[in-house]
Design a protein around this ligand. Structure first.
Ligand code: DQA
Length: 142
């Protein structure tokens, strides 16, 4: 089974970007962690990143078309703005697990609303890079 791992805007700069909030691991480091854990769980990973909202919508559709077991979605700031992502999650039957490195609930008020959470099967946040690994474990258990 394959798990899609979709990453939104600015996550290509992970490791350099506000490391006091997001940590020093890069997205490639996280991909390596996930590959290791996936291998142990008997899963494959399809990991992607884009700064463009529509790409994330397309990739949610792709996940369903590919028969993915689940999607881990860190939509970055689109989490807090994107009705298109909410609709895309509702449009597919593939379960989506929301992921955040930080805990948006303890940050600025504008991060407290998550459109992704309105349709996601589960949310893992606030654990840094480990949020992705825990989310993968939850996906494996689905
Ligand atoms: C984030 C949290 C969002 O509020 C922020 O816009 C991001 C990263 C996280 O992983 O903590 O870009 O999704």
């Amino acid at each position: 089974d394959t798990v899609f791992v979709l990453n939104g805007p600015n996550l290509n700069l992970l490791g350099l970007r506000e490391p006091e909030i997001y940590g020093s691991d890069t997205l490639d480091d996280i991909a390596e962690m996930l590959e290791d854990r996936a291998r142990a769980l008997g899963l494959a990973i399809d990991m992607r990143q884009s700064n463009h909202e529509g790409h994330l919508v397309d990739w949610l559709h792709d996940a369903q078309a590919a028969g993915a077991k689940a999607v881990l979605l860190n939509a970055g700031a689109y989490t807090h703005t994107s009705i298109a992502l909410l609709d895309a999650i509702r449009a597919i039957r593939t379960p989506v697990i929301e992921v955040h490195l930080s805990d948006p609930a303890t940050r600025e008020a504008f991060r407290h609303l998550s459109y992704v959470a309105m349709a996601a099967a589960d949310t893992v946040q606030g654990l840094g890079a480990r949020s992705y690994v825990v989310a993968l474990e939850r996906a494996a258990a689905l």
